[in-house]
Design a protein around this ligand. Structure first.
Ligand SMILES: Cc1ncc(COP(=O)(O)O)c(C=O)c1O
Length: 383
């Protein structure tokens, strides 16, 4: 779908590396170039036209991202990456924790939503408890019960992914948010992998903070928090003295990348314009064909399956390391990822270290020919 909107897809490569970063949509590329060419490049908070234009682009970017995620523009925080924002947020939360307080993390999560909480808890004398995804090998679900099993009256925050960046599993987020409410815990959702695949609505979900990264959804490298403004108000992040104390500004360290925010604004508008039912059907068809083809290929093991999942899959091929498979595919101009993609806990949970696994991810701009090329090239390795 919409391949013509992605100039980066003009070459011969089958780009199945979307989970590591997608191609930018033309509107975002144009918006960034226009911004830089327009003479608008000025800092924010000034009195002259270029500075006022900067204020406007920041405001419009917050509004567009809030509309995309179903949040409040006053809760949109921009930063260099999801990892940097989560480190900052967890460290700030950490200063509110007392010894004996508990944080719940999951073994399905990317390390960016685990390690910051481990560090914060360790400094506070708090405890981190892990929710375990169920099943080995083919089944990998994270039902609400897996989180409920480690909740207690001392749970202060739950950090959970909206979708695994390794195998696509989508946990039961509504059930987890409801369970959090019953013990008075807050929920921090890592939606970095989910946003290009599913329409998120934090208002309906009721999560406290949702983190994502625009380079995973066809925009530039900007990390984003979409928080309930009251949560941002309650907490006191480290900041410089002259910078604004208002929310969300007090969470943003230093000068924002204004040209990139012009791109974020355009990418968020693009995402909102998508036919999401069509995207889902297209991605599911690519996923289904690829899973069926890989399952029929001798020597291939698919890791992780879930009833609800994105079009991201991981597999190993008997007799080859994941790096060897990825290199074989790269030689045929097929871009995939190998290793653990920072899904640190999950790879240990699945006994996939140190070999790793190959990850192929489809987003809406991929086409059936990409899946066919992947299957053909993996088939060459079959034994
Ligand atoms: C699920 C998930 N969470 C967090 C991150 C980290 O995002 P960032 O690169 O913006 O720090 C990634 C990046 O791959 C990811 O896939």
């Amino acid at each position: 779908m919409n391949r013509h909107r992605f100039p980066g897809l003009r070459g011969k490569w089958a780009r199945l590396d979307g989970p590591a970063g997608t191609q930018m949509v033309d509107a975002a590329i144009d918006a960034m170039a226009d911004w830089m060419r327009s003479g608008h490049g000025a800092n924010h908070g000034g009195t002259f036209a270029a500075a006022l234009a900067t204020d406007e682009v920041v405001e419009r970017a917050r509004a567009s991202v809030a509309a995309l995620l179903g949040g409040d523009p006053r809760g949109i925080v921009f930063g260099p990456s999801m990892t940097a924002l989560t480190m900052h947020f967890a460290a700030t939360v950490g200063r509110t924790l007392a010894p004996g307080d508990e944080i719940v993390c999951t073994r399905l999560d990317h390390d960016a939503d685990v390690r910051p909480w481990l560090i914060a808890a360790e400094r506070a004398g708090a405890t981190v408890r892990f929710a375990e995804p169920g099943g080995r090998g083919s089944d990998l679900e994270l039902p609400a019960a897996a989180v409920e099993a480690v909740l207690s009256e001392r749970t202060r925050w739950i950090a959970v992914t909206a979708a695994s960046n390794a195998c696509g599993t989508i946990p039961d987020l509504p059930g987890i948010v409801a369970a959090a409410g019953r013990v008075g815990a807050r929920v921090y959702v890592d939606a970095v992998h989910a946003v290009p695949h599913r329409r998120m609505d934090v208002g309906a979900l009721g999560s406290d903070v949702l983190a994502c990264s625009a380079y995973k959804w066809f925009g530039p490298h900007v990390g984003i928090l979409c928080a309930r403004p009251e949560v941002l108000e309650e907490l006191a992040p480290d900041k410089l003295r002259p910078s604004s104390d208002a929310v969300p500004d007090r969470w943003e360290l230093g000068t924002l990348p204004f040209e990139s925010l012009a791109g974020v604004l355009a990418a968020a508008d693009y995402l909102q314009s998508l036919d999401w039912a069509g995207v889902r059907a297209h991605e599911d068809a690519l996923l289904g064909a690829t899973l069926a083809g890989l399952a029929a290929t001798p020597g291939v093991t698919i890791h992780g399956a879930a009833r609800d999942r994105t079009s991201t899959l991981m597999f190993t091929v008997a007799g080859y390391s994941s790096a060897q498979v990825a290199t074989h595919l790269a030689e045929r101009e097929i871009a995939v990822w190998d290793g653990n993609y920072y899904a640190w806990e999950l790879f240990r949970h699945l006994d996939l270290e140190p070999e790793g696994a190959v990850r192929a991810g489809f987003v809406h701009y991929n086409e059936a020919a990409d899946a066919e090329r992947l299957l053909g090239a993996v088939g060459e390795l079959a034994r």
